[in-house]
Design a protein around this ligand. Structure first.
Ligand SMILES: [Ca+2]
Ligand SMILES: [Ca+2]
Length: 352
């Protein structure tokens, strides 16, 4: 090989490693093995995921991880890149549960610390989230901002207002716990249309805080359906390092139906959501250094705080701070269907 062609190959490798750094959040509606065994759906998912260096995926359904791991394996074989994945606990208050998954280009970005946000005592109905946020700090080689924290969330539509508000507590907790200000809260907030209306914003601290920037506006449509125009999926960011690293006008929904020229039915078979994406400024000094990649796929994200909590001081006959609470042990309930069964606590309407 001549020196010039060697240099071209080297430059090509560097360009491949550093041409862009995009982060996405994608609710892959009820993701399970059926979306991997359907080759058309799987290939579209791969075309979407390969656009990004780091993706937060929501609505991963099964307790075993074979479906999402096999998707990432296919992604790696299609792209020649090395993606790995960090997988949360199976989260929910009933038999219906979901996982959060971070998929990341392991050679240039890797998770360094992670945990499930401790959202209070589920046993007393005093916890804030149906699926507590999954928090992970990442170290990134190619970007200007060298480390940042992602907080993934998929809110309950019924309690989107209180859960989006409670993300403020998860954000403050992450700042204290990780001593980091550069934080991106991302996911399916259900923060629009009938779940969060314009009058609700005044009582949502995450929206009112001057320290946080909402990068996906209320006018954006993140839904595939032609019948809905809702900005459910969001990015909310803090910290000067991260905020200055986000390239202007890159935070948007990725309409993969238009981009790939898909039929409406094919698009809906992939998901009812578009991903939202943003791009980070690259480090002009990036030397080409890479992280060692792991021979195995799938990193266990650990589990929720299982330390037994007690209900001392919790008023089980009130819905104050207990929206969504349901258990056969409770004298009355605060969940969305309590009206139907005439089992609501007396103050349900004023709090939930
Ligand atoms: Ca919870
Ligand atoms: Ca729509």
């Amino acid at each position: 090989m001549t020196t010039i062609s060697f240099l071209l190959v080297l430059i090509g490798c560097l360009l491949q490693a550093s041409s862009a750094f995009k982060i996405a959040s994608f609710n892959i509606q009820r993701f399970s093995n059926s979306k991997v065994t359907d080759v058309d759906v799987r290939d579209i998912l791969i075309q979407i995921l390969r656009r990004y260096e780091l993706i937060s995926v929501q609505e991963v359904m099964s307790s075993d991880d074979t479906a999402i791991i096999s998707l990432v394996r296919e992604l790696n074989s299609a792209t020649g890149s090395h993606y790995n994945l960090l997988i949360s606990d199976h989260l929910g208050r009933s038999s219906y549960r979901e996982k959060y998954v971070y998929i990341y280009r392991e050679d240039i970005v890797k998770p360094t610390r992670w945990y499930h946000y401790d959202d209070g005592c589920e046993k007393c109905g005093a916890d804030s989230f149906i699926r507590e946020p999954f928090v992970a700090e990442f170290q990134s080689l190619t970007t200007d901002v060298k480390s940042f924290v992602l907080i993934s969330i998929h809110t309950s539509p019924d309690y989107a207002v209180s859960e989006v508000d409670a993300l403020f507590d998860a954000w403050e907790d992450a700042q204290q716990r990780l001593l980091m200000e550069d934080i991106l809260i991302l996911g399916d907030f259900n923060a629009d249309c009938s779940y969060v209306t314009s009058k609700d914003w005044t009582r949502i601290r995450l929206r009112q805080s001057g320290s946080l920037q909402w990068l996906i506006g209320d006018e954006v449509d993140t839904t595939v359906s032609i019948n809905t125009h809702c900005a459910y999926d969001r990015f909310v960011a803090s910290g000067t390092g991260l905020l200055t690293a986000v390239l202007p006008n890159t935070a948007m929904a990725f309409n993969f139906q238009d981009a790939f020229g898909l039929s409406y039915d094919m698009t809906k078979a992939v998901s009812d959501h578009y991903p939202v994406e943003l791009e980070l400024h690259l480090d002009p000094q990036y030397s080409g250094e890479v992280f060692t990649t792991s021979p195995s796929l799938g990193v266990d994200g650990g589990s929720t705080n299982t330390v037994d909590c007690d209900c001392t001081g919790v008023n089980l006959t009130s819905c104050k701070g207990r929206c969504g609470a349901y258990s056969s042990d409770f004298p009355c309930h605060c969940n969305a269907s309590c009206n139907k069964y005439s089992s609501c606590c007396l103050d349900y309407k004023s709090y939930c």
